[in-house]
Ligand binder design. Structure first.
Ligand code: G3I
Length: 300
């Protein structure tokens, strides 16, 4: 196959990108995105500060713009994200305790009702762990250690048709504390029947040319818990071809690794633009990392 999406589809997987609403008027950007990818994540537009800027007043205009652009082109959409310590609207940042807990529940219900039945998956909770595997001390954590499972139970009740994911960064190295912390939470959720369908490994790789230790073991270990594994925000310092090929091959080697999303289209679109971490350069040309990913997907 000659595009990333079509090549991934050969094994039943998807290949996605983050899309920013503000770039949809750029035809170089939209031409590449519509041609190469078959899954879309809104880079910022479905986050809490965007979707509920004032308490009880939801705004889906930018999120819907991305949703409509993608689905009109036959692409599916992942939701990102419902409960996170960052990019909370100001009113939410100032809450704590039971009022913040209720606000989180109301937010999940409000946003998921709008997108009910429409999304492939949701990153229900984002980045809730410290590097050592303990819980991040956010305002959400301050509402009680059960806030993550409450978020997932609320999400399942709000829309039973979408996959519910936990999403985090630095959980790619199997022997790392944070990876183990997330793994233990998901194992616990599965054993107690807390609804969770997938784990998102953001896969922001920095430095070097080899993969983080035992990356494929991480994927297969999460999968063995009974969840899908998705690479949700891939970007790689200087777009190392060996790292890009390796992460793609690792996903292909694990049956429940069902899709890969890169965190932007061209290097110039990236939050790490100075590191040239994506598959297309600033002019929209395919980089060697693009070829390494496409070849891996094609089994070449
Ligand atoms: O929209 C405003 C614009 O009006 C203003 O003029 C400009 C001035 O700084 O800021 C614009 O907002 C920025 C927004 O991106 C849109 O470009 C924010 O300042 C900036 O903080 C925001 O950064 C986003 C970041 O999340 C915020 O946490 C990045 O685009 C986005 O790529 C990044 O994505 C996160 C994932 O959600 C979670 N995992 C890590 C990943 C990278 O940080």
């Amino acid at each position: 196959a000659s595009t990333l999406g079509a090549a991934a589809a050969q094994s039943g997987r998807y290949f996605g990108t983050a899309i920013a609403a503000g770039r949809l008027s750029n035809s170089t950007y939209t031409t590449i995105a519509a041609r190469e990818f078959n899954m879309v994540t809104a880079e910022n537009e479905m986050k809490p500060d965007a979707t509920q800027p004032n308490r009880g007043q939801f705004n889906f205009s930018a999120g819907d713009q991305i949703y409509n652009w993608a689905t009109q082109r036959g692409m599916r959409v992942r939701g990102h994200t419902l409960a996170w310590h960052a990019q909370q609207p100001g009113w939410m940042q100032s809450l704590s305790g039971s009022s913040l807990r209720q606000a989180m529940i109301d937010h999940i219900n409000g946003v998921m009702a709008h997108y009910r039945g429409k999304l492939h998956s949701w990153d229900v909770v984002n980045e809730a762990f410290n590097e050592d595997g303990s819980r991040r001390q956010s305002n959400l954590q301050g509402t009680g250690n059960d806030w993550i499972e409450v978020a997932f139970r609320t999400a399942r009740a709000a829309d039973s048709s979408t996959k519910l994911c936990y999403n985090d960064y630095n959980i790619e190295n199997w022997t790392y504390g944070k990876t183990q912390g997330v793994y233990n939470m998901i194992r616990d959720f599965k054993s107690r029947g807390v609804p969770i369908d997938c784990v998102g490994l953001q896969t922001h790789f920095t430095g070097g040319s080899s993969l983080p230790g035992n990356f494929q073991t991480t994927l297969s270990s999460f999968a063995a818990l009974g969840v899908d594994v998705v690479l949700t925000e891939v970007d790689v310092t200087n777009a190392s071809t060996t790292q890009y090929a390796g992460l793609t091959q690792a996903c292909l080697n694990v049956p429940r690794c069902i899709g890969i999303t890169v965190w932007g289209v061209r290097d110039s679109d990236s939050w790490r633009a100075s590191e040239n971490p994506l598959l297309f350069d600033g002019n929209g040309n395919k980089k060697s990392a693009y070829t390494s990913v496409l070849n891996a997907l094609n089994g070449a």
